[in-house]
Design a binder for this molecule. Structure first.
Ligand code: FAD
Length: 410
């Protein structure tokens, strides 16, 4: 383990997360870990110095949970990806980012259903669920997880799966990152890396209300092979995504969009082409909720005047075919997720309040929201009591904590 202090040349490079509004959080030290034994040593160092400790994967947490004034565990060197092709099993180190996961698995003709941000960390994404373009076909990223290796707060190493420490394995699939221990690697059953069509349908912003109305009655019920997200910004409204078959724009065709289709793209190329739409380096405040019913026209009109970006993600499909108690991820009946994003925090809050009246009240654990009051129900629904008990079992001293963690703040 390398211990990096504030005077080290790498200190500022390593400590800064993806969201620049958290740049000023300065850890007492950064432990660079390149093996499971390094993680054990780092946790021992945190115990002996009484420093709070938090693991950092891709550093994309909206609530800065991988930043600390204590000991930050930098896991970026644990980024090995190995594939066992006959069983389609992929073992991925905790420091891997999504773009390298897609590239690494594609060499074997494989992929996993996962998110779009190329520098999002695989562990943070998986522990909170994992929504992506293949999700309506294959489920959440965590639904493909078959095993995980975790260093617990006391330094014990647990490899959990459906048979071994099955309760921890259950909890890791959707409760959110940083709750039970430090994951050092994940094993997934991969799926074939498809050639697919990437589509972007674009309209001037004045058409936003009619596009949203048509989208919400179509995208959540579309065939599993089609994932169409919708984004409205200050200039335009865009429906974009991927399909594994021939692209059919459904009711959106009658709204005369400008259509940009790229067919027969390899999966890594398709993902890369969408990071133009979803840039990875915006300054953002973000609030979101899940919805089971469409937004009425007057709510849509108010949202469009609230002054922030609206991002709609379709749910349904394979996401919703898994029982709510099969994994810790509690949101298996939702039709879509609506994120309000922007650099003006008040506009984001205003926009969220307008939509909140129509939302299910459920919130995606990977889009944490410090404003939430009843966060246990919002993030974990009916799975919360079991998760709280498992937190007491696997992290009895509440070493891994943050304001909305299962063991509560300290
Ligand atoms: C630009 C951008 C694009 C995004 N795109 C998507 C998307 O397409 N789909 C989607 O579902 N989500 C998406 N997200 C949300 C994303 O899933 C979460 O922000 C996720 O938590 C990021 O993981 P990370 O490792 O990058 O972040 P980090 O901030 O490093 O970690 C997030 C949490 O996990 C914990 N953690 C990290 N590593 C470990 C570990 N090894 N063991 C235990 N706990 C750990 C951290 O302590 C923290 O609590 C996006 C976010 C951003 C900012």
């Amino acid at each position: 383990m390398d211990l990096i202090g504030p005077d080290h040349t790498l200190y500022d490079v390593l400590r800064k997360p993806a969201l620049p509004q958290y740049d000023d959080i300065r850890p007492a030290a950064i432990a660079r870990c390149s093996s499971t034994s390094d993680v054990i040593e780092a946790l021992s160092y945190a115990r002996s110095t009484n420093l709070p400790v938090t693991p950092r994967g891709g550093g994309h947490c909206f609530a800065a949970r991988s930043s600390t004034t204590g000991l930050m565990l930098d896991l970026s060197a644990l980024s090995t990806i190995t594939v066992e092709p006959t069983e389609a099993l992929a073992t991925i180190g905790a420091g891997a980012r999504l773009a390298s996961v897609y590239r690494g698995l594609h060499e074997y003709g494989l992929t996993i259903p996962a998110g779009c941000g190329p520098t999002v960390g695989i562990v943070g994404l998986t522990l909170g669920g994992g929504l992506g373009l293949l999700g309506r076909r294959y489920g959440l990223t965590c639904d493909r997880l078959v095993a995980a290796t975790v260093v617990l707060a006391d330094g014990n190493v647990v490899t959990c799966d459906a048979e071994r420490d099955a309760d921890l394995f259950w909890a890791l699939r959707g409760a959110g990152g940083g709750q039970f221990g430090v994951v050092t690697s994940l094993v997934f059953t991969a799926v074939p890396s498809p050639a697919a069509t990437r589509f972007k349908l674009t309209w001037p912003r004045r058409h936003a209300a009619e596009v949203i109305a048509a989208w919400q009655s179509w995208a959540p019920d579309a065939p599993d092979d089609l994932t169409a997200s919708l984004t409205v910004n200050a200039d335009q409204v865009q429906v974009f995504g991927a399909t594994l078959t021939t692209f059919d724009p459904g009711p959106l065709a009658t709204l005369a969009p400008e259509i940009d289709l790229r067919s027969d793209l390899s999966w890594p190329a398709l993902k890369a082409s969408l990071s133009e739409v979803d840039p990875d380096n915006r300054i953002i405040h973000s609030k979101s909720e899940f919805f089971r019913n469409p937004l009425p026209p007057d709510a849509i009109a108010q949202l469009l005047n609230a002054g922030c970006e609206l991002n709609f993600t379709p749910m349904g499909g394979a996401y919703n075919r898994i029982p709510v108690d099969a994994t810790a991820f509690a949101h298996r009946s939702e039709r879509f997720l609506l994120e309000h994003a922007g650099s003006d925090r008040n506009a984001v809050r205003r926009s969220w309040s307008i939509a909140h009246a129509y939302a299910s009240g459920a919130v995606y654990p990977n889009f944490p929201d410090p404003d939430l009051i009843d966060w246990p129900t919002a993030y974990h629904g009916s799975n919360y009591p079991r998760l709280r008990d498992l937190k007491a079992k696997y992290d009895p001293a509440n070493v891994f904590h943050f304001p909305q963690s299962l063991g509560g703040p300290r």
